[in-house]
Design a protein around this ligand. Structure first.
Ligand code: ATP
Length: 361
């Protein structure tokens, strides 16, 4: 490993039955969570869902109304913030403008009288590939470089847990994407436990091993990014993690392996193993990129669903792909994403079309 001095110093974080009530408002409700040492964990949710409150509880800036917080097996619920082995990287880098990059990174170590502060600061700067700019002042750095200095400063004292509070929010989209990959790479090298808070689903999915989707103070679903995307358990998770076509209707029959649903006069078959309910009214979600568009009625085959005929009511070309809106009588407009294998859209507005998809989706 390239940075052995930092390696594998992370610790498990465990939240047991955490509730946080503010006067007249419950921000977190019975939150239970275990984040294994060395993992990159993202808390993802819309504004106001309780992400920042959760981070502040872990950092010790707020006290839980109920529940315990354990770090590496030790109960830190009543430990003061500065005595917890936890650092936070914020969106605002909060670097000292009059100090050099090196002084900024070494500052905390020097103040606590830790020896070799400068050598350790150089090591942390090498980790973020900024050691060659150690003598510069923050104002002489780009936004991305300042963020890397903030990261070096946060890992220099080797905390057991690093909290990231929308750390890339101030960067432009392109830089943000490259910093996402860089942060993930650095996390892999240092082996610290990262707890990242964001409302950006793409950011959470790109970076984290495990994502927890938060909604109104509770965790709605937790799992690997692919699992949340492919098998969302609620329509909130389905629509928060990318676009989804939702079809609602009653279950009309079922077999040992499939469930038949009627929506807008059309029959849709779903794998039983993917269905959470096998009777009553259900909602089916299908991702836009799983749908295929046809200009002639496709032959009915086992394992495939076909809806149509409908009309293309909107075509939106975005270079890599084209998004088609298809209106089929009786159901909400469907969105179909197609990769642009040839140049430009292949189906035009007003065209008569059918939409199909494999039942497993
Ligand atoms: P954002 O992405 O906008 O920061 P968030 O998910 O981080 O949102 P929190 O800051 O954790 O949300 O807030 C959760 C809820 O708790 C919000 O409805 C907020 O208004 C409320 N809240 C937070 N702090 C307090 C407080 N000190 N007193 C009362 N209510 C609060």
């Amino acid at each position: 490993m390239a940075h052995a001095e930092f390696a594998d110093s992370g610790a498990d974080l465990e939240l047991r039955g955490i509730t946080k009530r503010f006067p007249g408002f419950t921000a977190i409700e019975n939150l239970n969570l275990t984040i294994p040492a060395g993992s990159f964990f993202a808390l993802l949710g819309p504004s106001g869902c309780g992400k920042t409150t959760t981070l502040r509880l872990v950092a010790g800036l707020e006290n839980p109304t109920e529940g315990r917080i354990l770090l590496g097996g030790d109960d830190v619920t009543d430990t003061k913030p500065h005595q917890r082995p936890v650092n936070t990287v914020f969106q605002s880098y909060a670097l000292f403008p009059h100090m050099t990059v090196l002084e900024n990174v070494a500052f905390g170590l020097k103040r606590r009288g830790i020896g070799d502060a400068e050598a350790k600061a150089h090591e942390a700067l090498r980790l973020v590939e900024l050691d060659h700019l150690a003598a510069r002042k923050p104002a002489q750095l780009s936004g991305g470089q300042q963020q890397r200095v903030a990261l070096a400063r946060a890992v220099v004292n080797r905390p057991a847990l690093l909290l990231l509070d929308e750390p890339l929010g101030a960067l432009d989209l392109k830089l943000r994407r490259s910093m996402q990959l860089e942060l993930k790479h650095i996390q892999g090298e240092v082996g610290l436990t990262f707890l990242h808070v964001t409302h950006d689903q793409e950011e959470a999915m790109t970076m984290a091993d495990t994502v927890a989707v938060m909604h109104r103070g509770r965790i709605e679903q937790m799992g690997a990014p692919e699992e949340l995307y492919e098998l969302p358990r609620t329509s909130f998770v389905a629509s928060f993690l990318g676009q989804s076509n939702l079809l609602t209707g009653p279950v009309v029959s079922s077999t040992a392996t499939t469930v038949m649903v009627e929506a807008g006069g059309q029959r849709i078959e779903v794998l039983r193993s993917r269905a959470q309910r096998h009777s009553g009214t259900v909602t089916i979600g299908v991702r836009p990129e799983k749908l295929l568009l046809h200009t002639a009625e496709p032959a009915r085959t086992a394992g495939a669903n076909i809806l149509g005929p409908g009309r293309v009511t909107d075509v939106s070309f975005s270079g890599v792909s084209t998004s088609y809106t298809v209106t089929v009588p009786g159901i909400d407009p469907l969105v179909v994403f197609a990769q642009n294998m040839v140049s430009g859209p292949v189906v035009h507005e007003g065209a008569r079309v059918w939409v199909s998809w494999a039942m497993e989706h």
